[in-house]
Design a protein around this ligand. Structure first.
Ligand code: NAD
Length: 289
């Protein structure tokens, strides 16, 4: 029987630890979340992040800007948050409206307040293996936490396959696995015979956005399978359902450990945002005293 890696429970334990650290250390980490426009999914994400930040004992600020906000206006807000000593973490919710250059905005965030881990300085730290100094992107960091539960932190001798090469999940995931000594292969939309390659893996991380892509033929018996995908599909009766990139029913019996969707990687992402904000606050307080 596979071990089900319970992301919800782990995420709750991590947020409890963050809260305890905040109380013990007498810190008030400040998290600013900026939302531009009124995308309903983004509104939900931002609200959840704010709630979780408050539950951790953080100062939580939300900035709601209209969909017509200009790049200059958004950059001015980021600049003022960079200089605000009460704020240790800045997150600009993506996607941004078309008139705004998202990359330019992200690169304007002070790297040590970049709690999403998307600034080139943090990407560079990760890729060069300076993971202690980096603020790591939340989803890969959460995935690594779950992998450590199954296999421990040292992945020497393990083959890992990451499916997907996005900048927010696939690529940083591959770098993080490398930093933990795994032997890493990345599969993407232009890869021939992906199932054959994936079947060699001791660790599979699927971050694609294709429901049920990973089937039994993709998975070596005993592998650890992490499903990052969050896909909204319609059930036979027409009701909406969330499914991952892994066909859980057929893959779970093969795996030694596997994450469910929902309740796997999703809750870990937000817990890691809290952990990053605590880390950022600790460093900024240490520098200023
Ligand atoms: P993306 O669309 O930016 O990237 C998808 C990647 O998959 C691309 O690199 C593409 O090359 C690859 N791909 C597409 N079709 C493929 C195929 N048939 N075979 C192999 N590779 C293929 O997506 P993303 O932002 O990386 O997100 C991936 C999934 O993870 C989505 O379902 C998203 O909703 C989910 N996600 C979840 C969390 C979380 O917190 N759990 C966070 C971010 C993303």
């Amino acid at each position: 029987k596979p071990r089900i890696l319970d992301g919800k429970r782990t995420a709750n334990a991590i947020t409890a630890e963050v809260r305890e650290a905040v109380e013990r250390e007498g810190l008030t980490p400040g998290l600013a979340v900026v939302l531009v426009g009124d995308d309903p999914a983004s509104q939900v994400y931002v609200r959840n992040k704010g709630r979780r930040a408050k539950a951790c004992g953080f100062l939580s600020r939300q900035y709601d800007l209209p969909a017509t906000t200009t790049q200059a206006e958004l950059l001015a807000l980021v600049e003022s948050l960079n200089g605000d000593s009460k704020i240790h973490g800045i997150l600009v919710q993506l996607p941004l409206p078309a008139q705004i250059d998202a990359d330019c905005v992200i690169q304007a965030i002070a790297p040590d307040k970049d709690v999403d881990g998307f600034h080139y300085v943090n990407v560079g730290r990760l890729v060069t293996g300076a993971i202690g100094a980096a603020l790591l992107p939340c989803t890969p960091k959460g995935v690594m936490h779950l992998i450590e539960q199954a296999l421990g932190p040292d992945l020497s001798g393990k083959r890992a396959v990451v499916i997907g090469r996005s900048n927010i999940v696939g690529k940083p995931m591959a770098s993080l696995l490398l930093a933990h000594n795994a032997t890493v292969t990345v599969i993407h939309s232009r890869t021939p015979s992906p199932a054959e390659i994936c079947r060699q893996a001791d660790i599979v991380v699927a971050a694609v956005g294709v429901p049920g892509l990973v089937t039994a033929e993709w998975v070596k018996p005993g592998a650890v399978v992490i499903d990052v995908g969050i896909n909204r599909v319609e059930d036979d009766d027409g009701s909406a359902q969330l499914v991952g990139d892994v066909d859980f029913e057929v893959v779970a019996p093969l795996a030694s450990a596997i994450t469910p969707v929902p309740g796997g990687v999703g809750p870990m992402t937000i817990a890691m945002l809290m952990h990053n904000t605590l880390q950022a606050a600790r460093r900024q307080v240490a520098v200023s005293t």
